[in-house]
Design a protein around this ligand. Structure first.
Ligand code: HEC
Length: 457
C-alpha cells in the first residue's frame, strides 16, 4: 500500500525472507555459542597447559571467523535486503520503534568483529590472561547482540502493551522477550557443539584429544537442549491467542510440531549416549548426522515461529499484507485502490476514465470491460493476498485452492477471508473492489478435478 509490490513468482516474496533468515540463524547462533566455546576452552587449555588443545582451538578460531564473520555478515545484510523489499512497511515500523536498539546493536557488532580479529590474529602474542579476556569480550558482546535482536524479533510475535504505551522499553521487554532469549541462548550453545564436533572429527587424528573435545563440548550441548525446551515452553505460554490458535489449527504446523519434537528427542538421546557417555563413538559420519539434525530442528523451529504470526507481521501493529492495523477501517471506507500510493498511481495511469478529479470513482469500477476488471482484480490480489498466496501456481496458490468453486463461494471468501480462516486479515476494500478480486480469482481458478462420486463439473 505504502510501497510498491515485489512480485516473486511461485514462491511469494516473504518466503525469500524465510529462506535467507533460516540460513542466517544457523550461522548467527554459532557466532554466539562458538564465542563461549572459544573463550571457555582457551582458558581451560591455558590452565591445563595443553598445547595440543590450544593448537586445535586456533584452527577452530580460523574456521569460526570464516563462517561467522564472512558468511554471517553476508547473510545478515541479505536479511536487511530481503525484508526491505518484501516487507517494507514492517521494516520501517521496526526501525522507527527500535532506533535506540539498532544503535546499541551496531556498537556491540563493532566490538564483536574487532575482538574476534584480535583474538585470532594476536594468538601467541598476548599473554594468556589478556587473550582469554578478549575471548570473553567477544562472547559477551555477541550474546548481547543476540539479546538485542531477540527482543526486536520477539516484539513481532507479541507486541504486548505497546499500542497503549508507545515506549521503547515497553516494546523491548515484550512478553516474548525472556522466552526467546532463553531459546536462542540454548540454541547457540547446542549449535556450537555440533559445529565443533563436525570440525573436530574432520581435522583431528589424535584420538585422545578428540575424546577430550567431545566430552567437554557435550555438557554445553545438553545444557543448550534443556534451555531450548524451557524457553520453548515459555514461548508457547506467552503466545498471543491468535498465534496459539494458528499453531493448533494449521495442518502444516501440526506436522512441523511433530517433526521438531521427534528431532529434538532423537538429538538429546544421541548427544547423551554419544559424546557425553561414549565420546569415542563419535566419527565424522556421526557428527554430520548430528549436525544435520540440529540444522533441521532449528530451521523447523524458526519456520513455526514465523508461521504462527499470521495475520500479522508485527502482532496487532502491521498486518501480514502490509497495512498498519489502525488504517484498516479508513482503507475499507475510502477504497483499497484509492488508499494505496502505488495502486492509485496505477489506476490513474492506465484507467484515467475512472478518476473523478483526483479520486477514484468506485462506482465506475463495475462498468469496466471484463478483461479490465480481471486486470485490476489482479492488482488487488497482489497487494492484498500475494504476501501469503501465490496466484496460479506455487506456494498455497489461490488458483488451486479455489478449484471448482462457484462465484458465490469465491465472493464470500473474498469479502470475509477472516471468517473462513482467522489467520487471514479481513478484506480491506469496498464492495466494488471485492467484485473485481472475485472476477480475478474466478479467472485463475482451476476446474473441479472430478472424481468417482461427482464426475466432472
Ligand atoms: C496472512 C496470510 C494470508 C493472507 C494475507 C491471505 N490468506 Fe488466504 N489463506 C491463508 C492460509 C494460511 C490459508 C490456508 C491454506 C491451507 O489450508 O493450506 C488460506 C486459505 C485461503 C483460501 C482457501 C480457503 C479454504 O477454506 O480452503 C482462499 C480462497 C484464500 N485463502 C483466499 C485469499 C484471498 C482472496 C486473500 C486476499 C484478499 C487472502 N487469501 C489473503 C493465508 C492468507
Amino acid at each position: 500500500m505504502h510501497y510498491p509490490w515485489w512480485y516473486v513468482p511461485l514462491l511469494t516474496s516473504p518466503m525469500l525472507i524465510a529462506i535467507v533468515s533460516v540460513i542466517h540463524v544457523l550461522v548467527s547462533h554459532y557466532a554466539v555459542g562458538g564465542g563461549f566455546f572459544l573463550a571457555l576452552e582457551t582458558s581451560y587449555a591455558y590452565r591445563s597447559n595443553n598445547r595440543n588443545y590450544l593448537d586445535y582451538l586456533k584452527s577452530h578460531a580460523w574456521f569460526f571467523i570464516l563462517v561467522t564473520v564472512v558468511f554471517g555478515a553476508i547473510t545478515g545484510v541479505g536479511i536487511w535486503w530481503t525484508i526491505g523489499l518484501a516487507s517494507p512497511l514492517a521494516t520501517e515500523t521496526l526501525i522507527n520503534i527500535f532506533v535506540f536498539g539498532w544503535a546499541m546493536e551496531y556498537v556491540f557488532f563493532v566490538i564483536e568483529i574487532a575482538s574476534a580479529f584480535i583474538f585470532y590474529y594476536y594468538w601467541g602474542r598476548l599473554d594468556s590472561k589478556t587473550h582469554t579476556t578478549i575471548g570473553w569480550i567477544y562472547a559477551l558482546s555477541a550474546w548481547i547482540s543476540l539479546v538485542l535482536i531477540g527482543g526486536i524479533t520477539a516484539f513481532m510475535l507479541n507486541s504486548g502493551n505497546w499500542l497503549n504505551n508507545r515506549n521503547f522499553w515497553v516494546a523491548f521487554f515484550n512478553p516474548q522477550f525472556v522466552p526467546q532469549v532463553i531459546v536462542r541462548t540454548g540454541g547457540s550453545f547446542l549449535l556450537a557443539s555440533l559445529y565443533v564436533y563436525l570440525h573436530a572429527t574432520f581435522t583431528i587424528k589424535d584420538k585422545e584429544l578428540q575424546n577430550l573435545i567431545m566430552k567437554r563440548s557435550a555438557r554445553p550441548s545438553l545444557l543448550g537442549a534443556i534451555l531450548v525446551i524451557v524457553g520453548g515452553a515459555g514461548w508457547f505460554i506467552f503466545l498471543p491467542e491468535s498465534a496459539k490458535a494458528a499453531l493448533l489449527a494449521a495442518s502444516v504446523i501440526n506436522v512441523l510440531m511433530i517433526i521438531i519434537t521427534a528431532l529434538a528427542a532423537m538429538l538429546l538421546i544421541m548427544l547423551y549416549f554419544g559424546p557425553y557417555r561414549n565420546p569415542g563413538w563419535l566419527s565424522s559420519g556421526f557428527a554430520i548426522m548430528l549436525f544435520l539434525m540440529g540444522l533441521a530442528a532449528i530451521a523447523t523451529g524458526e519456520y513455526i515461529r514465523e508461521a504462527v504470526r499470521k495475520p500479522y507481521i508485527i502482532y496487532n501493529v502491521v498486518t501480514s499484507n502490509q497495512l498498519l492495523t489502525d488504517e484498516i477501517a479508513s482503507t475499507k471506507q475510502k477504497g483499497y485502490l484509492e488508499s494505496g500510493v502505488w495502486t492509485k498511481a496505477y489506476v490513474k495511469n492506465y484507467y484515467p476514465q475512472l478518476m473523478d478529479e483526483d479520486k477514484i470513482d468506485e462506482s465506475k469500477l463495475l462498468i469496466l470491460a471484463e478483461s479490465d476488471r480481471v486486470k485490476l482484480g489482479r492488482v488487488l490480489f497482489q497487494y492484498h493476498c500475494n504476501d501469503c498466496h501465490s496466484d496460479t501456481d506455487g506456494y498455497i496458490a489461490v488458483g488451486h485452492l479455489a478449484s471448482g468453486w462457484t462465484p458465490e463461494i469465491v465472493r464470500l471468501i473474498v469479502k470475509h477471508p477472516e471468517k473462513a480462516h482467522f489467520f487471514m486479515p479481513p478484506f480491506m476494500g469496498t464492495d466494488e473492489e471485492a467484485e473485481l478480486l472475485t472476477d480475478y480469482i474466478l479467472s485463475i481458478r482451476r476446474e473441479f478435478p472430478g472424481g468417482m462420486y461427482y464426475g466432472k463439473h
